[in-house]
Design a protein around this ligand. Structure first.
Ligand SMILES: O=C(O)c1cc(=O)[nH]c(=O)n1[C@@H]1O[C@H](COP(=O)(O)O)[C@@H](O)[C@H]1O
Length: 236
């Protein structure tokens, strides 16, 4: 079995999809000790967020760098080696075999865990067809998870609606991380394959990534606590 999540707060990863370090710091300070794990993606990362990542790590928080790397193997391996130096816990790559192998090589002996993104949660069957894939969502996810398992990836990013089949295909090792999480009554936005926090955990997710329902809420700490309460209920 993969290592259980040691601190239940670490089940919730808040996506700091915000335009500046100042905006992110303001949300982090409003969240206080409620949240222990943050994700930094394109928007904040390209606006100085990697410095903030180092500060968060120094402050004892966990950080997920989400740049969804996909490039030639040498570039991916060297990029991941640099990311490993930041002290992040998780980093994403797209689940292409060459990319996954390069990322696992690039992280070396560092504790950074590489997560492979299967099929984005904003994609449905029509989006995959439009992108030129002959296979549907379930088939593509299954193929990528089988390849990820063969490579010995550290974890998978998938839709909460795929989590149960991903666990079955991945076997007992490896973390399952699900974005596309929407508490009842919150807007889906551009997400297409979604579930509630309760359903995501029940389907076998180890960590949930939640952005707008928390960071765009008038009371981010209350929104985060509500998600954590649902997680606790699903685990009880
Ligand atoms: O890798 C990711 O984190 C990711 C993969 C995926 O398939 N879908 C997805 O939404 N994400 C990220 O998860 C976050 C979801 O944010 P919200 O839709 O605002 O909750 C965003 O930062 C996305 O970049």
């Amino acid at each position: 079995m993969h290592a259980p999540v040691s601190d239940p707060r670490d089940r919730l990863i808040v996506a700091l999809d915000l335009p500046s370090v100042g905006a992110a710091e303001s949300v982090i300070s409003r969240l206080g000790d409620t949240v222990s794990f943050y994700k930094i993606g394109y928007e904040l990362g390209f606006a100085g967020g990697l410095g903030l990542a180092r500060e968060l790590v120094a402050d004892g928080r966990k950080v997920f760098i989400d740049f969804k790397l996909h490039d030639i193997g040498n570039t991916v391996a060297r990029g991941v080696a640099s990311l490993a130096g930041l002290g992040a816990s998780f980093a994403t790559v797209h689940a292409y075999p060459q990319t996954m192998r390069a990322a696992m090589e690039g992280k070396g002996a560092s504790p950074l865990r590489i997560l492979a993104v299967t099929v984005l949660t904003s994609y449905d069957e029509g989006d995959l067809a439009e992108a030129g894939y002959g296979a549907g969502v379930a088939q593509t996810v299954a193929r990528r998870v089988a390849q990820a398992r063969e490579i010995g990836i550290d974890g998978i990013v998938c839709a909460p609606t795929d989590a149960a089949s991903v666990r079955a295909a991945l076997g007992p090792k490896g973390a399952i991380v699900t974005p596309g999480v929407r508490p009842d009554g919150t807007a889906a936005g551009d997400q297409k394959r979604i579930a509630t926090p309760f359903a995501a955990i029940r389907a076998g997710a180890d960590h949930l990534v939640v952005g707008r329902p928390i960071v765009a809420s008038p009371d981010p700490a209350a929104a985060a606590r509500a998600v954590q309460a649902e997680i606790a209920r699903a685990l009880s």
